[in-house]
Design a protein around this ligand. Structure first.
Ligand SMILES: NC(=O)C1=CN([C@@H]2O[C@H](COP(=O)(O)OP(=O)(O)OC[C@H]3O[C@@H](n4cnc5c(N)ncnc54)[C@H](O)[C@@H]3O)[C@@H](O)[C@H]2O)C=CC1
Ligand SMILES: O=C(O)C(=O)COP(=O)(O)O
Length: 532
């Protein structure tokens, strides 16, 4: 049966013809659909191609299931797609992360120059018959300090172009190693330093809970008087009401906005100010970028629907569906082992070592490695880590990933051993699959156990191997209402110490933990949990 693709935002014609000619798909281009109309027709389509205008809500995704298999965004930002809902409904979500980055960075530089030299104001003034040379005097960007917040694909290009304008570029990005930024030749600073020093501040971060209002009243108060602010990322990263106040007070001299909380913004107070220049979300709007992203989106949809090949998906690993199916017990296990290790390792991770031992039937284990890295990083970073971005994110954080395959004699058919080195030393977890898909963690550091790594609360207690130790721990936890669901006791090497592994019915509260730690025979307690 002919596959059907709906294109609900304007994309370059080259993408549409690629879908039709290369793949024989039936393509409907219907832009500007009201949500209810999109909802009523989405169930007929195998894939949806969008830009930033279409809001792919949980409602739309539910209406699309079960036929809808993929959403491709001809562009980068996916804040208009409910990704958890897409995953829930089995819909792959892809973007085209490279095609428009140069264009958007160039737009940012254009905005900075236009803002600095009053170009839009000059045009308007001339149109109204005036010749306002004095009023519209600008300044040089030469030797000024540009603060770049977010050193990803676009932020790093903006930094590079600004450097070539002979600006001093300072960078803040909590997820990128200082050395990465310094090796690129830029100064790595804290956010407060950036606020205090920058003459221009430009944001290039995704729109997330943590980045909404990143530039707000408190931030403006830390900035130099006369700073200029640019937002070519997403509306709301710079708080619009607080920006308005900061412009009125003179703290911020001028602002350039390509994006708004509500688009189109209509009669927006900011647009009434002479020292605000704005464009209607034009960051990615060049012919070159639009051809790039339309063709990439079309290519990704064709590969996905025809060959099960996943490219640039944010909620699926980049492999064929077939391989994924075969690997799924191992990817689940590796992800959980990673999550577990995150809790032992904390910050400053430098290395994750993954060793595969035994029989993996010649399968490509890259998705399993990715799952381990994803599991490790998920609890540690502020935004969504997925199978596609996990490895590159680890690279940016300065985490080395090494893998090794062995066929050493072991007690299991297959064994995955993951070691993570961090500021807290090296921690190791090993796991296996019993039968076809029963995941088990069989070792945590030097303790052999049999742990089912599903959602729950756990503790590892080191204690002196003397009568009464276990009883005192059970009684203490019981006093605080903590039920022990499972207990395993092992000896620590040939020392006089035991290791006790507990699965508890609820989180061990801080006061209970303190009480257990105070027990005379207890030497050390580590608690951790798995959330899925
Ligand atoms: N105006 C337009 O037409 C366009 C806008 N965009 C927007 O530009 C933004 C950047 O896109 P890319 O560079 O492709 O993203 P990216 O994912 O390559 O980089 C984002 C960077 O932000 C960093 N980051 C995350 N949270 C942060 C925080 N709290 N503080 C500082 N840094 C933080 C991340 O570590 C990452 O390095 C996105 O919001 C995207 O939607 C993208 C294309 C066109
Ligand atoms: O790619 C992005 O994230 C953009 O913001 C571009 O948006 P647009 O495709 O021009 O609606």
């Amino acid at each position: 049966m002919t596959m059907k693709v709906l294109v609900s935002d304007t994309i370059d014609a080259s993408g549409v013809s690629r879908l039709e000619n290369e793949s024989g798909f039936a393509v409907d281009v219907k832009t500007g659909l009201p949500p209810e109309e999109l909802k009523s027709i989405i169930g007929q389509y195998d894939a949806l191609i969008i830009r930033s205008a279409t809001k792919v809500t949980a409602d739309i995704l539910e209406a699309g299931a079960p036929k809808l298999k993929a959403v491709a965004r001809a562009g980068i930002g996916l804040d208009n797609v409910d990704i958890p809902a897409a995953t829930k409904h089995g819909v792959a979500v892809m973007n085209t992360p490279e095609g428009n980055v140069v264009t958007t960075a160039e737009h940012t530089i254009a905005m900075m120059m236009a803002l600095t030299r009053n170009i839009p104001q000059g045009t308007l003034s001339l149109r109204s018959g005036q010749w306002e040379k004095k009023k519209l005097q600008g300044r040089e960007v030469f030797n000024k300090t540009l603060g770049v917040i977010g050193f990803g694909k676009i932020g790093s290009i903006v930094a590079d172009r600004a450097r070539q304008l002979k600006m001093n570029v300072i960078v803040f990005d909590p997820n990128i190693a200082r050395t990465t930024i310094e090796n690129e030749g830029f100064e790595y600073v804290s956010l407060d330093d950036l606020f205090a020093r920058a003459d221009y501040i430009t944001v290039h971060v995704p729109k997330l809970k943590q980045t909404v209002g990143l530039l707000n009243k408190a931030a403006f108060e830390k900035m130099k008087t006369g700073v200029m602010v640019l937002n070519c990322a997403r509306g709301g990263i710079v708080d619009e009401a607080d920006l308005y106040d900061a412009l009125m007070s003179g703290r911020v001299a001028a602002a350039a906005l390509d994006v708004f909380v509500t688009e189109p913004p209509g009669e927006h107070p900011l647009l009434k100010l002479d020292n605000v220049i704005a464009t209607p979300h034009l960051g990615a709007s060049t012919k070159e970028a639009q051809v790039n992203v339309a063709e990439a989106a079309a290519h990704q949809i064709i590969e996905f629907l025809k060959n099960n090949t996943v490219i640039n998906a944010v909620n699926l690993p980049a492999v064929s569906g077939d391989l994924l199916e075969k690997l799924s017990p191992f990817t689940t296990l590796a992800d959980r082992m990673g999550r577990l290790l995150a809790q032992f390792s904390g910050a400053n991770i430098t290395e994750i070592k993954i060793e595969y031992n035994g029989d993996f039937q010649g399968l490509d284990l890259a998705p399993v490695t990715t799952a381990a890295v994803k599991g490790l990083l998920t609890p540690l970073v502020a935004y969504q880590v997925n199978s596609v971005n996990a490895a590159s994110l680890a690279g940016e954080m300065g985490i080395a990933i090494t893998t090794r395959s062995e066929t050493l004699p072991i007690d299991y058919t297959s064994l995955i051993t993951i070691s993570v080195t961090s500021g807290a030393g090296t921690h190791t977890v090993a796991g296996t699959i019993f039968g076809k898909k029963e995941a088990r963690v069989v070792r945590i550091n030097d303790f052999r156990l049999e742990m089912i790594p599903t959602k729950g609360h756990f503790a590892i207690i080191h204690n002196l191997d003397k009568p009464g130790a276990i009883g005192s721990i059970g009684t203490t936890l019981g006093t605080f209402g903590v039920n022990i669901e499972r207990m395993q006791v092992g000896q620590q090497g040939d020392t006089l110490r035991n290791i006790i592994f507990l699965r508890t019915g609820s989180r061990i509260p801080d006061d209970a933990l303190a009480a257990v730690k105070e027990l005379p025979l207890v030497k050390d307690v580590t608690v951790f949990e798995l959330d899925e």
